[in-house]
Write a protein that binds this ligand. Sequence first.
Ligand code: GTB
Length: 224
Amino acid sequence: MNPTSLPTLTAFAASPDRGRGLARDMAVRWAFEEVGQACDVRLVSFSELKEAPHRALQPFGQIPTCQFGDLALFESGAIVMQIAERHAGLLPADAGARARAITWMFAAVATVEPAIVARESALFTEHDRPWHAERMSLVDDRIRVRLAELAARLGTADWLDGDFSAGDLLMVQVLRRLGGSELLRAHPVLVAYVDRAEARPAFQRAFAAQLAVFTGLKGRPPAP
Ligand code: GTB
């Protein structure tokens, strides 16, 4: 391994989110920015995702993956965790606080995200089914419950447990998938939480970098 080589992240060459920073490379980009670690980004086409070289890195044929020298990882949550373990800034030093922040990372991807992903599936792949309206109503009800519970826990705090952590990063990234939906707007506490996270300079830099891929500006010289 070349000790000077940067970690290499894979991302969509043409993200279907059209630069809104909703694909899962965004959490990884953001985590790298929070800890001040540069990374290389390798853009992958939809067909390349399903080919053997990429599947060797990601068995499900998805982005993101991240190569840290000899260590190749997939799953955005696991990659964010690896970044947080290698660098200060995303997990507290105190053992108990660190364990609680990691708990919030799991809560984001295992308890809150599935309901939101189910809604996206219902919207995009089940909209022509005769039971679509009934399904949407059930899916939305599940999200309402989860968001109410999350808002109750967050209360008037800035972050879920003390300082901003990898738990907040993953949770905010999950909530962003709801975009401007009434489900999120029903909870001003959560809207403010997402706004606060998006105002972080590290988020702004990561967002700009993924947007540059979409707008095709990446690598071009600045306008005169
Ligand atoms: N659990 C995995 C992780 O967290 O890394 C999930 C990875 C995943 O779902 N990757 C998606 C992918 O590669 C991209 S992020 N899909 C291609 C495939 O499965 O063939 C999901 C995503 C896609 C598009 C939008 N969007 O358009 O707004 C948002 C999120």
